[in-house]
Design a protein around this ligand. Structure first.
Ligand code: ADP
Ligand code: MG
Length: 293
């Protein structure tokens, strides 16, 4: 490969909104045969809406809402933004005063935690709580079966309420997946989110292989397993939780508006924040390298 041809390819990619870390990346892009796509923020917009809040037995809906929002105000997760905005809207209607949380820390792939009203409050996966009342577990299951994401808020290791959020599939995601398949690439969806939400998005975009409910390390395991099968794997993601998998993949592609961690762990950055940019990158690398061979 001549340096000039690689530079031209790199420049063309940049014009298409695909930033390449180094010219050698074009070669790994060309060799990719499997594309693992993150769900939230990659196949979906990650701009979520709070659609329901349910208090557990004996809990006050106001406490559930305001404590959840107080912790989420200190988190950068897409779910957090939906909770904060949704509760604010409901709070204005109800004339509620917002609580504030101290010392909020994120637990990647699980949730966030902070101190509110003197209580250590956690918002996140239901599995983050030692005890989840049956009524809340049922609310969450029903929401997940409907393709939504349910998280719990609680303190003293007990889930006290469930918050349901919904996401929107990116309008170009189905076309991107169809094009990847046409080019002979095998698409998979991986997510830390629940199986119901994962399958709803997978079927909307045309992906059959789904791995849901995994931690960031589980995304790495998926990439490694495919590599062990002899696959050349691209990982596309946007979040802090995708960093390890982006770094393990043969090719890491970060959505441009994603986290700095994702961008730093990747070989390519998709400035357009659009999954069809993955298609463009593979096509361009194939063309560039075909002409220099
Ligand atoms: P994805 O792989 O879909 O991008 P993540 O790994 O970021 O998802 O998160 C996995 C799950 O962890 C979420 O579906 C949610 O249940 C929980 N979670 C993570 N961070 C938060 C947060 N700040 N608030 C509520 N739930 C969270
Ligand atoms: Mg994501």
């Amino acid at each position: 490969a001549t340096p000039t041809a690689l530079m031209v390819g790199t420049g063309r990619a940049a014009q298409m909104g695909v930033l390449i870390k180094g010219p050698e990346v074009l070669e790994s892009t060309r060799r990719v045969d499997t594309v693992v796509l993150d769900k939230t923020g990659t196949l979906t917009t990650g701009v979520m809406t709070l659609v329901d809040v349910v208090a557990g037995p004996g809990e006050s809906l106001d406490d559930v809402r305001s404590r959840a929002a107080a912790v989420e105000a200190g988190s950068e997760h897409p779910i957090a933004a939906a909770v904060v905005a949704g509760v604010r809207e409901a709070g204005v209607e109800a004339g509620l005063t917002a609580s504030a949380a101290d010392g909020v820390t994120g637990i990647v792939g699980i949730g966030a935690r902070g101190t509110v009203d003197g209580l250590a409050v956690t918002v996140g996966r239901l599995s983050a709580f030692a005890h989840v009342p049956d009524a809340l577990a049922a609310t969450a299951s029903a929401a997940e079966a409907a393709g939504r994401t349910a998280v719990a808020v609680g303190w003293d290791d007990v889930a006290r309420g469930v918050l349901v959020v919904s996401d929107t599939v990116r309008p170009t995601a189905a076309r991107a997946v169809a094009d990847l398949k046409k080019m002979g690439l095998r698409p998979l969806l991986v997510t830390g989110d629940n199986d119901g939400a994962a399958r709803a998005v997978a079927s909307a975009v045309g992906i059959d292989e789904v791995v849901a409910g995994v931690m960031p390390s589980g995304k790495v395991d998926v990439v490694r397993r495919l590599q062990d099968e002899g696959r050349v794997v691209a990982m596309v993601g946007d979040g802090v939780n995708d960093g390890p998998a982006l770094a393990s993949a043969d090719l890491g592609l970060a959505m441009g508006a994603g986290s700095d961690v994702a961008v730093a762990a990747s070989d390519l950055t998709l400035v357009r924040d659009d999954p069809t940019a993955v298609v463009d990158a593979v096509r361009l690398s194939r063309r560039t390298l075909a002409t220099i061979r």
